[in-house]
Design a binder for this molecule. Structure first.
Ligand code: 6GU
Length: 276
């Protein structure tokens, strides 16, 4: 899988190099390009934003900068093979000439060959484990990090000619920009790529994979600060342990995320536990 991130804060994406994602890069399973949006700015001040039409506070990111940036990244012609390097693109032909736009407009918006463009925004559809699972099979994902009050909406509309576009939110709160959301989304996706997290069973038991939160886990020592590991875990009876874990997952889900139970398939035993 290849990930490209376009941002005005490339250093913010440094964590992509570390831990699990760094390991995936070393294994050759993942390549990551981080691109400074300012490389596509055209004025001497390298400005990427402007005042909003209709007035109001804040600034909106300019379509004239984002359009060519996303064109180049989709085409794989953006400089920078490694994580942080991306060279200026000022002497490259632009792709926002009318003739180019006509040609691009003939493309469909949901063609499976097109790369996936993820635009993190608090105004997006909620990002879920099901998205992470689905997107872990992609060849090329591009992330567009907005800052300030967002990106001119026409950028997202126009990008549908070259990408399958998804605007997603990572929760009901507001971040300053999309960078941290990209770290969250990228990690959730990459850990599901076969070979990245060695042990496949650990995905099947993840919280959300069966629609439930995971119950508690324990390791040695058996007795610690007056607290004991639940007896059943020493029984050696796998069916009994599995049932206990299912019960714990059901009880925890009911306690902290009761709305999740509405979409979970419950067995008669599950129902009895929750009723009793
Ligand atoms: Cl994906 N982006 C930003 N900027 N803020 C958010 C978010 C994303 N999800 C929740 N808040």
């Amino acid at each position: 899988m290849r990930l490209d991130v376009v941002t005005i804060f490339p250093e913010y994406l440094e964590p992509l190099r570390h831990a699990l994602l760094g390991k995936a890069i070393e294994q050759g399973i993942l390549t990551v390009g981080v691109h400074d949006l300012r490389n596509w700015a055209t004025d001497v001040h390298k400005s990427v934003d402007d005042t909003p039409y209709g007035g109001g506070p804040g600034m909106v990111m300019k379509p004239g900068v984002w359009g060519p940036a996303l064109d180049d990244v989709a085409a794989g012609t953006a400089a920078g093979r490694d994580l942080t390097s991306s060279l200026p693109h000022v002497d490259k032909p632009r792709h926002d000439e009318p003739a180019d736009i006509d040609r691009q407009a003939t493309r469909g918006g949901d063609d499976a060959d097109l790369p996936l463009l993820i635009v993190p925004t608090p105004a997006g559809r909620p990002f879920t484990q099901a998205d992470a699972q689905e997107w872990s099979g992609e060849d090329h994902i591009v992330f567009a990090c907005g800052r300030y009050e967002g990106i001119d909406q026409r950028v997202v509309e126009d990008a549908a000619n070259r990408y399958r576009v998804r605007e997603v939110s990572i929760g009901d709160y507001v971040l300053i920009g999309g960078e941290v959301a990209v770290l969250v989304i990228a990690e959730a996706i990459v850990r599901l790529i076969p070979g990245v997290l060695g042990n496949r069973r650990s995905h099947e038991e993840d919280s959300f994979s069966d629609g439930l939160l995971e119950g508690p886990s324990y390791t040695k020592p058996r007795h610690w600060r007056g607290l004991d590991v639940p007896e059943v875990l020493f029984s050696g009876n796998h069916a009994k342990v599995d049932r206990w874990r299912r019960d714990q997952a059901l009880l925890r889900t009911r306690a902290v995320r009761p709305e999740l139970l509405e979409t979970v398939e419950l067995s008669d035993v599950d129902r009895k536990l929750l009723e009793g």
